[in-house]
Design a protein around this ligand. Sequence first.
Ligand code: FAD
Length: 281
Amino acid sequence: MIPAEFDYEVASSVDQAVELLGSSDDAKLLAGGHSLIPLMRLRLARPTLLVDVGRLSDLSYIREDGDTIAIGALTRHHDVQHSDALKKSCGILAHTAGLVGDPQVRHRGTIGGSVAHGDPASDLPTVLLALDAEFVSKGPDGEKTTPASGFFTGLFETALGPRDVLTEIRVPKLGSSSGWSYQKFNRRAQDWAIVGVAAVLDKQNGSVGSARIGLTNMALTPMRASAAEQALAGAAPDSLGGADQAAEGTSPPSDTNASAEFRQHLARVLTRRAVEEALAR
Ligand code: FAD
């Protein structure tokens, strides 16, 4: 289908983007366009104004900053995947960016667009939730920083206001005692996840010290598997039964790919696999 009529402006700075967002009732930012344009073509989104931030090259960077790595919101999935800093100190993010869609999607789509879109089937928000990332945004009232735990508020909804521009994502550097894994279950390579599980562990003497586990496509938002996290704390590699609690509190969709029950089964199986891989890594 052809999108409904809209106006189009190119922003030359974040401040100008904030201003332009306030100039129309239903204005939307356009970054890589790989989520928004398909929705517009289906007329599920009908913005009156598109504010194109795709050329704000100063929002495309990956910088080490003490114990954290700062990633500009306009950084493409391809650049996240191939970043030496991320591969060395936050491997789960580089690895998972390489699992997003196909090469064309990864060369156009941005990490900020993926986060701001708020789709519970997206891979990177789940990983950022498990990493306890922080999201920096700028709006009419200035800059604010939101923890990942408070960012994803509903289906395609986030803590960003209608005039907020996400500018930066901050992730912690993972130390030598950390282990990680992202398990993406799909039927065909390059498809969206039917279920995904991100595990970030602090390891102690080969066992789980503490576990942070994120789930993709198991609720209206990406979510943490809190019961499994608690049950797995202190677990040895041969006693990972706590993974069986990964589906507690979930409310996954039923669709042509999988029933809700099958998704809950997958969450348990993938959590065990993720923890095993994270312990071995
Ligand atoms: P856009 O489409 O430009 O924007 C998406 C939304 O975010 C819009 O509402 C926009 O207004 C808002 N937005 C964008 N940037 C900002 C910002 N800086 N501040 C505030 N709001 C902003 N994703 C996966 O996770 N896994 C997959 O396997 C996967 N497969 C895909 C396969 C295909 C064929 C396609 C087309 C997409 C796929 N995606 C997948 C989605 C892809 O990752 C998108 O690129 C991403 O979700 C959105 O990024 P974008 O830069 O294209 O955002």
